[in-house]
Design a protein around this ligand. Structure first.
Ligand code: UFG
Length: 327
């Protein structure tokens, strides 16, 4: 049985859907602070916090948990710069609490949400797993510290893990039933689509003076279902005796903020007013992945390889749920 922390969140809920569709048993563990119960679907759910070791141990025993997919974390780069304590407490101390409980409960396998934000400023080339990790944000720093814990827990206690370094998760499930909904929303594609829907009056472009082709930040957008598939491959790899490792997950194509807005205008057929605003602290200019390692080693093969398709799947969700999940 797989325990999914943060399974009511954006990436967690899409992974749970994929696990369920493939007949793999899982239980969602989420405190619902940022997650949505409506996103969980038809799988066992435990409302709980990763700081609650007793409840974690009880859940491990009750469901005979042998592996954990750990999504539970705060994930907004801008907020992490304004409220570092909140991020260190929840992401770093929270993960330590989860690892302690796993150790005590004899749970040996962990697939973990790391991030491209652990690399920081990288220059023009593609980022590989061996690129230097120098985070520019507190959020990225917390993810790097979490990776370091896991390496030490493996060395000392033999707890095996795969850290998946996502680039920019985007899009929604093909059913249109679950999608991206943060409150407040700060991620680029949802914000653009809210502007397309008139839920907000414009999209603010955070800086057009970066050293990129049009001055706006370049990111690698990867579809949420492709991310979900990578988690399942990573779990199978660990259960087949694979060693602890790290994988990047991206498409290998970078798009600037302006290019994403243009794509959304084409996909939605709406005008989408945009205004250049100041830079957001913590943003590196360019983050684009090489994902050759996971393709080679685990046969990962992302199905959504165009930004149009990714934005179109997000639009299907947003146009049907302009205010996200029902409160
Ligand atoms: N941006 C805008 N206007 C907005 C929102 C975003 O111009 O209203 C810009 C940002 O400055 C950035 C780009 O669009 O350059 C993408 O921003 P997001 O907030 O969508 O994503 P980030 O790249 O900051 O971060 C995301 C996730 C992190 C993850 C990271 C990895 O939020 O969890 O990708 O690159 F770690």
């Amino acid at each position: 049985m797989i325990l999914v922390t943060g399974g009511a969140g954006y990436i967690g809920s899409h992974t749970v859907r994929e696990l369920r569709d493939r007949g793999m048993d899982c239980v969602v563990y989420d405190n619902l602070v940022t997650g949505h119960i409506e996103a969980v679907g038809d799988v066992p759910f435990v409302k709980g916090d990763i700081f609650d070791k007793e409840l974690l141990l009880k859940t491990f025993a009750e469901y005979k948990v042998d592996s954990v997919v750990h999504f539970a974390a705060y994930s907004q780069v801008g907020e992490s710069m304004a409220h570092p304590a909140k991020y260190y407490r929840n992401n770093v101390a929270g993960t330590l609490s989860l690892l302690d409980a796993m150790l005590e409960g004899g749970v040996k396998y962990l697939v973990f949400s790391s991030s491209a934000a652990t690399y920081g400023e990288s220059g023009e080339g593609l980022i590989t797993e061996d690129s230097p990790q120098r985070p520019t944000s507190v959020y990225g720093q917390t993810k790097l510290m979490m990776e370091q814990f896991m390496a030490d827990f493996d060395r000392a206690y033999g707890m095996r893990y795969v850290a998946l370094r996502y680039f920019n998760a985007a899009g929604a499930h093909k059913s249109g039933e679950i999608g991206e909904a943060h409150d407040p929303e700060s991620h680029l594609i949802p914000v653009i689509l809210q502007a397309a829907l008139g839920v907000r009056d414009h999209i603010g472009i955070y800086g057009d003076d970066y050293p990129t082709r049009d001055g706006t930040c370049i990111r690698d957008y990867i579809h949420i279902t492709d991310l979900a598939d990578a988690h399942i491959r990573a779990l199978e790899y660990l259960k087949n005796g694979g060693k602890s490792t790290h994988y990047n997950l991206g498409n290998g194509n970078g798009f600037s903020v302006k290019e994403v807005i243009e794509t959304a205008r084409r996909v939605t057929g709406r005008a989408i007013p945009a205004r250049v605003e100041g830079r957001r602290p913590g943003d590196p200019a360019t983050l684009v992945a090489s994902s050759e390692k996971i393709k080679r080693e685990l046969g990962w093969d992302p199905q959504y390889d165009s930004l149009e398709e990714i934005v179109a799947s997000a639009w299907k969700w947003h146009s049907a749920h302009p205010h996200g999940y029902a409160k």
